[in-house]
Design a protein around this ligand. Structure first.
Ligand code: KMH
Ligand code: ZN
Length: 423
């Protein structure tokens, strides 16, 4: 059954319940609550997850693991969280955790209780539910758009010798990433000696090679460049036209500390870059490094400087901005609630959390960026031999949680980018 696309927040496959255990729940001596009560709560969370996912209560088929880890007593408050970790055509694999957040203190008095600074995990489980195809009433999760950030401005060959520099190397690496499952290449340029550059001519040569070797791949040029570059320098790739016109370009919406430097995006410059992107007929990708940047996005929309459909890139893990954690990503996605329903989001984890956050995006219905710009390792201590192995790793992780990856044509449709540049 086809249905309208859902708001990004509605795709978050998580649910939470908080319940006070009453005297009627205490089944054993010492006011102890039966473990089956936790399973009943997991059943309710599973049902909410199925309703959010499918618009139907579905059925619980089986638990594959249940662990009781601490006692629960009458008067305790239990918080139950559940998440869909894998989605097949009809099966939804879930994991659950029950935590005590308030503990009755019968030892101190009949009505004494403590709010616990650190919740105590009392039960964990995982299991599988099923929603028959005929009962699924909501749109399925969209295919995952994989962006390959193949070069960046900061990574050096001393850190990873597989970093591409020249147009030929950038084209070849983009082609490897397309073959591995990427649909967008996020592009910076380098002088032959590796120095970062936003030179129009270097971008022209690189995009020409990418269009030749990786036809169809969406080219997204950076307007961030490297720290310290002027706005005129940074926006040179926006002036490319014809066969080498980029379809997308980044718009960095706010300033942040950037390692030991400051990445300056003054309000008037953000508006100026947005205008240059718009007048070139290019779609901006909004680079979000902190929660407050979403407020800037709202103001830019209100001012008519950017217009839906919006595509957000949550860049997490820059030293000086929001850290690369699942909790921070969840907070950012939740904060998109008042943005238009057509909004899409992706995450670019900087450093060792890159693949973990990308896998999180795969589970949560978002999109993801991987590549040597943000992370040089495939595994701990193992350098990635270019960005393509990172793309391949993400594609495999997405498949394992039941998410296909988007072709460039599918990515264009999802982003609202209907016309292929240079086509
Ligand atoms: N190199 C960073 C200072 C972008 O491409 O728009 C900025 C950056 C963001 O990479
Ligand atoms: Zn970049």
């Amino acid at each position: 059954m086809s249905a309208a696309p859902r708001h990004p927040v509605e795709l978050l496959p998580r649910a939470t319940l908080r319940v006070r255990m009453g005297a009627h729940d205490a089944h054993y001596g010492g006011n102890l609550v039966d473990g089956a009560r936790m399973l009943a709560l997991f059943g309710d969370v599973a049902t909410e997850l199925l309703i959010r996912c499918d618009g139907d209560e579905g059925l619980f088929r089986a638990y594959d693991s249940v662990e009781f880890l601490a006692p629960v007593r009458a008067g305790d408050y239990i918080e139950v969280v559940g998440e869909i970790v894998k989605q097949g055509a009809t099966s939804r694999t879930m994991r659950f955790e029950a935590r005590k957040v308030i503990s009755a203190r019968g030892d101190l008095g009949p009505s004494a209780a403590d709010a616990l600074a650190e919740p105590v995990v009392v039960c964990r489980a995982s299991g599988t539910c099923v929603t028959p195809k005929a009962e699924q009433r909501l749109a399925a999760r969209p295919p995952l758009i994989v962006t390959a950030a193949i070069v960046g401005a900061e990574t050096t060959r001393a850190q990873n010798p597989h970093l591409p520099h020249t147009a030929a190397e950038l084209g070849a690496e983009a082609a490897r990433c397309l073959a591995a499952g990427a649909s967008i290449v996020h592009l910076h340029a380098r002088e032959d000696d590796g120095r970062p550059s936003q030179s129009r001519e270097l971008f022209r040569a690189a995009i020409a090679e990418i269009r030749r070797l990786a036809p169809g791949l969406i080219v997204q040029t950076s307007t961030g460049g490297a720290v310290g570059m002027s706005i005129d320098e940074r926006t040179q790739p926006l002036t490319l036209d014809g066969e080498v016109r980029p379809e997308m370009a980044t718009l960095n919406v706010g300033s942040i500390n950037f390692g030991d430097d400051v990445f300056v995006n003054a309000p008037r410059d953000v508006v100026e870059v947005a205008r240059r992107i718009r007048s070139a007929g290019i779609m901006p990708e909004l680079e979000i490094y902190d929660l407050g940047h979403l407020d800037i996005v709202r103001k830019l929309v209100e001012a008519g400087e950017i217009a839906p459909p919006l595509h957000l890139q949550f860049v997490l893990g820059v030293r000086g901005a929001l850290a690369a954690s699942e909790a921070n990503l969840g907070a950012l996605v939740a904060a998109t609630r008042d943005l238009p329903a057509s909004t899409t989001w992706a995450v670019a984890g900087v450093g060792r959390h890159q693949l973990a956050l990308a896998e999180c995006a795969a589970r949560w219905g978002g999109h993801a960026r991987v590549g040597l710009e943000d992370n040089i390792y495939l595994d701990k201590g193992v350098l990635a031999e270019g960005s393509a192995p990172l793309v391949a790793r993400l594609v495999a992780a997405a498949g394992a949680v039941g998410r296909k990856v988007a072709t460039p044509a599918e990515a264009r449709a999802l982003l609202g980018l209907m016309v292929e540049a240079g086509a």
